[in-house]
Design a protein around this ligand. Sequence first.
Ligand SMILES: Nc1ncnc2c1ncn2[C@@H]1O[C@H](COP(=O)(O)OP(=O)(O)OP(=O)(O)O)[C@@H](O)[C@H]1O
Length: 248
Amino acid sequence: MIEVRSLYYSYNSKPVIQDLEFEAERGEFVFILGPNGSGKTTLLKCMAGILKPKGAVLVEKVSIDRLSGRDLARKLAYVPQRSDSGFLTVYDVVLLGRRPYMGFSPSDEDYRIVEDVLSLLDLKKFSYRRINELSGGELQKVMIARALAQKPKILLLDEPTNNLDVKNQIEIMKLLRKIADEKEISVISTMHDLNLAAIFADKIVMLKNGRIFASGGKEVLTQENIKEVYGIEVEVLRHNGRVLIVPQ
Ligand SMILES: Nc1ncnc2c1ncn2[C@@H]1O[C@H](COP(=O)(O)OP(=O)(O)OP(=O)(O)O)[C@@H](O)[C@H]1O
């Protein structure tokens, strides 16, 4: 569905990501893990077509370089770490997600999709609220709603649980899992919380200094890998297919 091939990016000729290779299939939930500065956001921005790396990002076997902005936005949606707040209403922000499909004005279908997405995320009650009057968790849901209104095949999220309380973290993760399972969207998310990744991931990509240190299923969350990547001692408890990471 989305493939990353020999990806390389440098800021001011300092390499930040190198030799990155992985893919996400339809409906797969992939977590990009790694310490601060390991290149997670840079990788997502390259995948979203915001930065122009060396190597290739392929969506359904087509390089994103060959897609127009509008075509790319129909395939892939990106939810950045910090979304600019503003004075628009929730409804209008979500409607902006329909821009890649719109002519001069929204169609009945655009309005129907916005209504559907607002219901799916339980945001209808906030429709006419301005987004600068929302809590962090509500705003994050609105940004995910706008991305879903794009009807993407791939959803890229940069630390979607940042600044959220435990309840909202779990709620957002469950929602993303449901989106991957039911809508067969490939969901790719950066993440600092190893335990959330352990609960929800199909696949994990661990970055260290801009390179892939380990990738695979939850089995890559080992004491050794976590020590190498983050420099911390942890205990990894496994029970009935579940993984719990406890700092020492
Ligand atoms: N615009 C920029 N110009 C120059 N260097 C940058 C720029 N953006 C990021 N960097 C550097 O690139 C490296 C990777 O940054 P990136 O934001 O991709 O890491 P990250 O893994 O997402 O970090 P965090 O977990 O702190 O969000 C860091 O050393 C950072 O200082």
